[in-house]
Design a protein around this ligand. Sequence first.
Ligand code: ZN
Length: 77
Amino acid sequence: MAIYHYRCEDCGVVTCVWAKMSDPAPTHCPECNSTKLTKLMERTSFTLKGGGWFAQGYAGHDNCPSSGCCSGCAHNH
Ligand SMILES: [Zn+2]
């Protein structure tokens, strides 16, 4: 099992999903039902657009897998 993060391009919410490699990716944003989800890679240096609350939220997000995570973690951390 691994944790994957998907960011909604429409509302910016990041969804965390525990899944096996073979499991299908989520296709809809839980917040706005958009289908524009972008997979975020863990522990890589992808660049966050903007910053502020979102960048700070993500910075505190590294320990999510061991703490059970989270859906909508972008605003809960
Ligand atoms: Zn959304």
